[in-house]
Design a protein. Sequence first.
Length: 732
Amino acid sequence: MKITATADRIRFRSDSGWAVIDFVDETNMRFVGVGSMPAAFEGEKLELEGEWTVHRTYGKQFSVSSSEAVVPDSKDAVIRYLSSGMIKGIGLPTARAIVERFGEDALEVIEHFPSRLELIPGIGKVKSRMIHDSFMEKRGVRDIFLGLQQMGLTVNQATKIYRLYGEACVQMIKDNPYRLITDVERIGFKTADKIAANVGFEHDSPFRIRAGIKHTLIEAANDGNTCLPRELLVMKAAEILGVEIVPIEDQAEELILSGELVEKELDNEDLIFLSYLHHREMDSAVRLTEIRNRAAILPLFDTAGEIDRLELKLGIRLDPKQRDAVESAVNEGVLIITGGPGTGKTTILRFIIELMRSMDLTIELAAPTGRAAKRMTDATGVEARTIHRLLEYGGFGEEEFAKDESDPIEADVIIIDEMSMVDVSLFHSLLKAIAEGTRLIMVGDFDQLPPVGPGNVLRDMILSETLPVIRLTDIYRQAGRSMIVFNAHRINHGMIPVIDRNESDFIFISRPNYEDALRELISFCTEQVVNNSDGELQVLAPMKANLLGVNNLNRELQAALNPPDSSKAELVSGDTVFRVGDRVMQIRNNYKLEWKRIRYGSEAEEGAGVFNGDIGTVMEISPSKQTVRILFDDERLAEYGRNELDEVEQAFAVSVHKSQGSEFGTVVIPLVYGPPMLMNRNVLYTAVTRARSRVVLIGSAKCVEGMVRNVMSTKRYSALKCFLEILAEDEI
């Protein structure tokens, strides 16, 4: 519905343009309007479009979806508009004098004949020019916002663009709307393409085709690829753009010649990269090779005798493969230790740490996420940090780590856990910060899902066969008593897990259809939470869509576990209702978001950066400020503005992929059927190995069996393996 009203008082307006404004309509009724109104000023008449809503705290409000200025149509309206404070040099007496002299034509005089203002006592040449310039500035801003919105941009996007490009923004976008993709955060190809269509851009414009090619590679990177075969890239781009193959091939060549893309023939395949991803993979291979070859030569040391001593001290007897791993950590510059749950990775790390300390070597431990770092600390007794903290993130962008070649990490040995989670960008930043002579030990599970980000770092390093690798396969006695570990290894070897021992830590509840499985899952989780016996319960789902997908499960679980309550503040963002007490997850890296960590008995720690996969709880919501405060599991407290909430989603249920690096007391997994690319062995294995104390499968036994037998997965294109192999050949 539409309402015409005058802005009486602006209570609040954020940098993004979201505002709370007191309005008075034409019947003199007062009401509050909320929404994006960046170009609204006090005293201005607006035509508002939206709907009436009732806020639980603030009562009836008008939720504004769009607004447009209306020229004041009476002397009183013009006086109020001019005296609102929005125009420099005009207060109430001056506004009255102008209107008394020029009547309803006052605004036209200010715009087109400002020198006539000098007829009014107290207004000279300088002041008349100031009034005109201020008036035109406000009019210009409004016209710019109107022009940007007519192109199809949202108010928030228009605000960002105006700040970036200034007054020339409308023409700059008309000249090349695809520049927005690289210049404006969170404007992608699809948005730019819609704008291009709105301003009459040609369907086969070279600007459009080049942007479409890069978009295809960006989408591939979002799916984990660092590159695509030329034929596949051209085919996908043609499908997205709806144009012939020849112009795509021509523009791809232009992008390669300009250096924006890189083409390499690797493994008899022409691969095309975004230039930055090509650099990160190739340079990672070079740096890895240098780290291995330039490791410091340690003094003569009785490694075997020291291991014997540690076996007595720790009361643990190493098998030959474990012993080999510990000795290799001393002898090699780079070492990879890989194995599934219960194969002794933690035991080896304890021996390596003790051994290095006995040699007076300094050690740094790190992992990709806060949860993984905490688990590493608990297992080894040595403080571990996230890789981002190890690199001392500086707060200005992905590359702005304080630690790099000019100021490397001060350590003799760096140990990284959960390497299967590390993508090529983070890995490259880590390698740049490793000083000459430092040893690098990497630990991870080869059979886990690949990282969320681009690259296949752990698998590529192992498959290249150019670096020392210790593969652990034996399950040790203490781990063998766990049905979680036992079944994880059965799944990994293509064997059906044992699911008929419901008294164990691996439970199967047969509910072979979606509706029954959903009801059972909600009932089970509710009972665990009510009885306070969840032991850090987490639902993991293989997919996002359908009844048992992450999206629907979060809606159902929020309603059951954290229902609406008058004591709990809420904030709606898009399709999501955030409520105090909600479990949430960060879904993309935000390197600028500030946080504070407060621990009893120690000084508060401040920093910046919240990262993809971080899980926390909504602690506080301010509906008036439109902010949400989230306490993450590693005790960082961060405040989100309304425009940052699209980086957060509910985490009562999370995808298996997003759960990597995390460990939960109880993991509940709904399995009924789904797309073969998602319902496979790799996904089931990863989900099961996220549980520390108990796994609960709810669904179909046939689905479990089918996932074990299904080894189908989406091919991930990466080149670190090839670059390592090329460097190894050059050394021979």
